[in-house]
Design a protein around this ligand. Structure first.
Ligand code: SF4
Length: 177
């Protein structure tokens, strides 16, 4: 005899992981910031034609405390690198990162001393989007891939990730000054 036989009709049971992941998959809030030309395509996903609200992600938050997705939309200069790292550290765990476009993913055409050759040199990246610039549909596809990833996560992993990142950010506080 299982638990299901003792609960009234109309009540559903699920694992806590599934419930939490369902919530996270449908309310991932991106951070309100853009770095270069790719940001224009990111802004376009909020229009009626592309409608990022279908994913529950239309709330671009101006505070890193209220955002759990960083979309790195554009090239990352050495000057911006410490700012991006600090904002990422200020976001609450669990948090995810999409590297949007070839510049954010690998430096793109800017193979020079001023540009970081991929934002994954600074922060962990969950999904890379190719293209220069990627179309809004590509970003929405990246959100689909992120949702797949979120669906496989466990709240236990997220807690461990938070602990690990706290230790890492303590180690990077000194150079960021
Ligand atoms: S990938 Fe292309 S569109 Fe995007 S920031 Fe780089 S140069 Fe601009």
């Amino acid at each position: 005899m299982g638990l299901e036989q003792n609960i009234p009709e109309g009540v559903l049971t699920a694992s806590l992981d599934k419930l939490v992941n369902w919530g996270r998959q449908n309310s991932t809030w991106p951070l309100l910031f853009g770095l270069a030309c790719c940001a224009i395509e990111m802004i376009a996903v909020g229009t009626a034609r592309h409608d990022i609200a279908r994913y529950g992600s239309e709330l671009f938050r101006a505070s890193p405390r209220q955002a759990d997705l960083m979309i790195v939309s554009g090239r990352v200069s050495n000057k911006m690198a410490p700012v991006i790292k600090r904002i990422y550290d200020q976001m609450s765990a669990p948090k995810w990162v999409i590297a949007m476009g070839i510049c954010a993913s690998a430096g793109g055409p800017f193979n020079n001393y001023a540009i970081i050759q991929g934002v994954d040199k600074l922060i962990p990246v969950d999904v890379y989007v190719p293209g220069c610039p990627p179309r809004p549909e590509s970003l929405l596809y990246a959100l689909d891939k992120l949702r797949e990833k979120q669906g496989k996560e466990s709240i236990r992993d997220a807690a461990n990730q938070g602990r690990r990142e706290r230790v890492e950010s303590l180690e990077t506080i000194a150079p960021l000054g």
